[in-house]
Design a protein around this ligand. Structure first.
Ligand code: GAL
Length: 937
């Protein structure tokens, strides 16, 4: 029995909850709608294979709401694959030599018309209570050239594969019922010369706001530090998509990271007119703010509220940070008044196993890996990143150059630049905009100069607080170089940097690209047959420099703000210096998984703050006994002494930004290094010859986000003493409970193994549909019909005078029949009542869907199968009614084989995601002849 007090408490909490909910309804809602999409490939130019889309007499461009084929609201997508976003269909495909070098030889996109168009469909319910609100769809990024439809209405085309976009669908909503979102993605063209994925690879949201609301990316927070205090200007753009006229109140409140209010501004203004926008700004004052810095990335958030008659009608949150930046032509880069050398990397956006469909957690993982290497800056080369990458940089303390895709002065170029800047300009991590990279056709001449001047001025009109750069690879004197605000040098070998600087003394500069070295993780002898590049840091090509040469150059010149290595991580595509069957780049300091190549330890020594001692190579060189092996030490100790099996091979002095080398005749055992600082032993590092692999080991990578649903697991094998075996290449098979596997990788640029193991889904059409009239309404196959009287189905049908029943006969081809496959017939109504016979067997509809038939392997045959559908006919109500003549589709699901991957030089990586409601996820890993391993989370 509840006491009166308990009851009272219950009702009061219920009331509070209800009020909060009711209040929330009137405010903005941003609902992630990544789950439960349907997907199917269409076709680039064969409209039949593109489900007849845009074939209609009236197309979606002729009459509004006439989206046809899959764009139609009621298109039957039951047989399509179910998936959750983010999704990259390119990474799911096999590799092929005839596929694109730039896109990592994945058999999709360019050259693959049947794998270049992807259709996505999703149904959502929008309740009646939302009537009066502005309903929009928000896409963070689709690769590429997407057309979006809502309930059959065409919303627009968005070409860029990198910028986000929004569509207002308010007028087309079916309130209180089902609504259909359809996206047609055309990934047939490439925007870059690197892997770009294919599909809806970033988040999608449904957004609901009041007609008076802050527009998309509608706030701009800037701050100015005065002594230790900050003036914060919070500018906001508000739009009125309703008929309200009169006063509104705009309240802007700043909270610190503990949610404590630190500043508040409020003003009463007149609401903008119908469909008009207006800008407002509040000047706020924050006493002694905690600055955003690399080691303490303090963030604030601005809450912008619009009130009407005292009631909050919109609530818009903006995360920002307070810091000062300066790029000085003499002294380089300053953050909060302190000189900071930029220790940067360039990166594209794909990761092992998952391509560009990167979960938010992996953004953090990657930025943490770069920070761990000592890096403090990231160049988004050569395109705008996903918003979560910038969030990770804000939260973890990583400076960013944000870069637009293509140079030019037209809407195509400037709109993209504007969209990127308006979306990103509140991120404290961004210190510089880049408006282009290596535009070979124009960079050295007058056209480059003109374009840069326009883009630079345009950028300043959107954000005057950050400078603009361009990555330039030739003509470090003329063209873009002579006008760009911050000179972006791409490679020492491309020109005389000191000479340029002497000519342009007032122009700050940085190395936007340096390095471009080749290395295969765990490989110490170059082997051009196997496409292996040794991991010792060597000059890669005559006009390129090693990482050490590059860093020494930049470290020695205070006027250069720093450098960005090409690249932090390996990426798919650009497998220079090789081609097929190499499918990923060799440039990374880390491989595609984030496993470090040895260069990481060079950088950690001179970029990081921790003491470092690293020895290369490993010491498993059976067969090379007596031969000389190059042994290198990366360290920031003063001296390093090397021992082989306890015998000293000499102590050497470390030069600033250098490394140490020994030649060592191989004998199995222990290679040991001792690092000294001020004459004292501070570090020890060992490379031991190991035994054969004995056991599989799974462990959580330490850069994982704590308690997250997505985990990056390191896979390795150990010998009988538990030592990691650095040469192991065992194939590991995985099994998971309580979650799913998102992707597998191993960092081997020549691995053509699957990145993903996904059930194969085939849609088999019913061919040669023929009919004959039935005399009665008896629908059994036994009723009289004449095998010789078939005519083409629905041909010349007189709908005013139909037979009591019709018998339809068709056939379908099955490549194979197996108990393991699931075969379904998704029937589409071609009659009122229907009976279905497959190869003479009557089939009953499934309980969950009366138009779905589960076909047992026992009644199916490899090759040709017959289908009979006996129906009473559909009747036209109006003469112009269009009757369905498509009987439906057969869906064959062939389950994927088990997930597996070979280790490459001792390591593989598997990315897993825990199920929403699972208490625990358990991953097991086995390999032939080895003790199995498991991982629980
Ligand atoms: C640069 C270019 C990069 C990448 C790199 C490979 O010229 O800017 O995107 O292609 O070369 O060496």
């Amino acid at each position: 029995m509840k006491t009166t007090f308990q009851k009272l408490l219950f009702y009061t909490s219920f009331l509070i909850c209800f009020t909060v909910l009711a209040q929330k309804k009137s405010e903005r809602e941003l609902i992630l709608i990544d789950k439960d999409w349907r997907f199917s490939f269409g076709h680039l130019y064969d409209t039949k294979k593109d489900f007849g889309h845009a074939e209609g007499y009236f197309s979606y461009l002729t009459k509004t709401g006439f989206g046809d084929g899959p764009a139609a609201k009621d298109f039957d997508d039951r047989a399509w694959r179910k998936l959750d976003l983010p999704h990259d269909w390119a990474v799911e495909q096999p590799f092929s030599e005839s596929a694109s070098f730039s896109h990592g030889f994945k058999a999709a996109g360019k050259n693959y018309p049947e794998k270049s168009i992807g259709w996505y469909r999703k149904k959502i319910t929008i309740p009646n209570e939302d009537l009066g609100r502005i309903i929009s769809l928000k896409f963070d990024g689709v690769f590429r050239n997407s057309k979006v439809f809502f309930n059959g209405f065409y919303l627009g085309t968005h070409e860029s594969g990198y910028n986000g976009f929004e569509y207002d669908v308010t007028a087309y909503v079916n309130y209180g019922g089902e609504n259909t979102i359809v996206v047609r993605v055309d990934a047939s063209m490439e925007e870059g010369w690197f892997y770009e994925g294919a599909g809806i690879y970033r988040h999608v949201y449904l957004q609901k706001t009041n007609p008076i609301h802050v527009v998309a990316n509608g706030t701009y927070v800037t701050s100015e530090l005065k002594n230790n205090d900050a003036d914060v200007i919070a500018a906001v753009t508000i739009e009125n998509k309703g008929n309200f006229k009169g006063a509104i109140e705009i309240t802007q409140t700043v909270f610190d990271s503990n949610n404590k209010q630190v500043a508040l501004g409020s003003e009463n203004v007149l609401a903008p007119e119908f469909y008009q926008k207006a800008n407002y700004s509040s000047k706020l004052y924050i006493k002694k703010p905690l600055l955003w810095d690399l080691d303490s990335p303090n963030l604030y958030h601005l809450q912008t509220q619009i009130k009407q008659d005292g009631k909050v009608i919109d609530n818009y949150e903006t995360s920002f940070g307070i810091r000062s930046i300066e790029l000085n032509p003499e002294k380089g880069f300053f953050l909060n008044g302190k000189q900071v050398k930029l220790k940067g990397t360039n990166n594209h956006q794909d990761h092992a196993g998952i391509g560009t469909a990167v979960p938010d957690e992996i953004q953090y993982y990657r930025i943490k890996k770069l920070k761990e290497m000592g890096s403090n800056a990231y160049r988004c080369s050569h395109h705008p990143p996903t918003p979560e990458l910038l969030d990770a940089c804000d939260k973890l303390g990583m400076l960013v150059i944000d870069e637009t895709r293509l140079m030019g002065i037209n809407d195509y170029h400037l709109n993209d630049l504007q969209q990127m800047m308006e979306r990103d300009r509140n991120h404290p991590s961004i210190f510089c905009w880049s408006v282009g990279n290596e535009e070979w056709q124009i960079e050295g001449g007058i056209t480059g100069e003109r374009i840069t001047q326009v883009m630079q001025h345009f950028a300043k009109s959107i954000d005057p607080t950050r400078p603009v750069t361009v990555g330039i690879s030739s003509g470090f004197k003329s063209g873009i170089s002579s006008v760009v605000e911050i000179m972006g040098y791409n490679y020492l070998g491309n020109g005389d940097i000191d000479a340029h600087r002497n000519q342009f003394k007032n122009q700050p500069g940085m190395g936007t690209e340096e390095g471009s070295t080749f290395a295969t993780r765990g490989i110490y002898f170059t082997d051009d047959v196997k496409h292996y590049q040794s991991a010792y840091d060597k000059k890669p090509r005559p006009t390129f420099y090693s990482i050490e040469e590059g860093w020494k150059f930049y470290a020695e010149r205070p006027y250069l703000a720093g450098m960005f290595i090409w690249t932090g991580f390996d990426y798919r595509g650009e497998p220079t210096p090789y081609g097929w069957p190499s499918v990923t780049s060799y440039f990374g300091m880390m491989d595609v998984c984030g496993f470090p190549k040895d260069n990481v330890f060079y950088l950690k020594s001179w970029w990081g703050k921790e003491p470092v001692l690293h020895l290369l190579p490993h010491w498993n060189w059976s067969g090379k006994e007596g031969q000389e092996i190059d042994v290198w030490a990366y360290s920031n100790c003063d001296e390093v002494e090397l021992f082989l099996n306890k015998k000293s091979l000499g102590k050497k002095k470390m030069e600033l930004n250098g490394h140490l080398e020994w030649k060592v005749k191989y004998v199995a055992g222990t290679l040991e290094a001792i690092g000294y600082k001020n004459g004292k032993k501070v570090l020890m590092e060992i490379q031991k010859t190991t035994g054969n692999p004995e056991a599989v080991k799974l462990s959580l990578d330490k850069e994982n986000q704590p308690n997250s649903k997505v985990s990056v697991i390191t896979v390795e094998v150990t010998d009988k003493k538990g030592l990691h075996v650095p040469t192991a290449d065992n194939e590991i098979t995985f099994d998971i409970k309580g979650g799913k596997i998102l992707g597998v990788g191993n960092g081997n640029p020549t691995s053509l193994e699957n990145d993903q193991f996904i059930d194969d889904l085939e849609m088999v059409s019913i061919m040669n549909l023929q009919e004959q009239k039935g005399n009665t309404t008896d629908l059994s196959l036994k009723s009289n019909y004449n095998e010789n009287e078939w005519i083409t189905a629905f041909k010349d049908r007189n709908y005013k005078n139909q037979a009591p029943s019709y018998i339809y006969k068709g056939n379908f081809e099955l490549k194979s029949v197996s108990d393991k496959n699931q075969v379904h017939f998704f029937y589409k109504k071609i009659g009122i009542a229907a009976e279905v016979y497959i190869n003479g067997n009557k089939i009953n509809p499934s309980a969950e869907d009366l138009q779905k038939y589960v076909l047992d392997a026992k009644i199916l045959k490899q090759g040709n199968n017959s289908i009979y559908i006996i129906t009473t006919p559909l009747q036209k109500i109006k003469d112009w009614d269009v009757m369905n003549t498509d009987p439906g589709i057969i869906q064959v699901i062939t389950p994927a084989e088990s997930w597996k991957r070979k280790l490459f030089n001792g390591y593989a990586q598997i990315i897993i995601q825990k199920d929403e409601n699972a208490k625990e996820v358990v991953l097991s890993a086995s390999a032939k002849g080895l003790r199995a391993g498991s991982f629980k989370n």
